[in-house]
Ligand binder design. Sequence first.
Ligand SMILES: [Zn+2]
Length: 161
Amino acid sequence: MKKKEIVLPQIKFKYSSLTDENGERLRYPDETCYFCGKDNIIFGGIIDAHRKNPKIMCENCAIKKFAKDNGYKTLKVASARRRRLFDVSYLFTDMITERYLKKHEKFNLDDISEKEYNMIVQIARDIFNAIDRNEKERIEEIFDQKDIEKELNFYIKDLFK
Ligand SMILES: [Zn+2]
């Protein structure tokens, strides 16, 4: 199978989550997609973000654009690949959260303060942003989550020791 035809599996998170307690994706009830006109959208992106009239795009329209821009054969393939743009960084935050909890002998997010969690998110963001773009792309396209974790671990092996 060619890279552009493989549906990458959804990454599973222990701590970070984009869904509410019912497993539903969070919606923006007051936003309308500029492109398809639907309301109550799952946010997909902004076009012309730095211009006079930024245009909000729903997730469906963002997936269609991503498929077209990157030459993916189906929306299913494009959708799974696009998720990785976000999910690999959330996984990274998850892994750093786990390290932090372990070091402090705690077991879940309720055991730490908001300040501590914000610090974890900031550390995750700083390290992740420093990883080379091509390297990130390579990691995003790894099929198995455990292999992605192996790669990401390289960057945090000395953190919270
Ligand atoms: Zn739309």
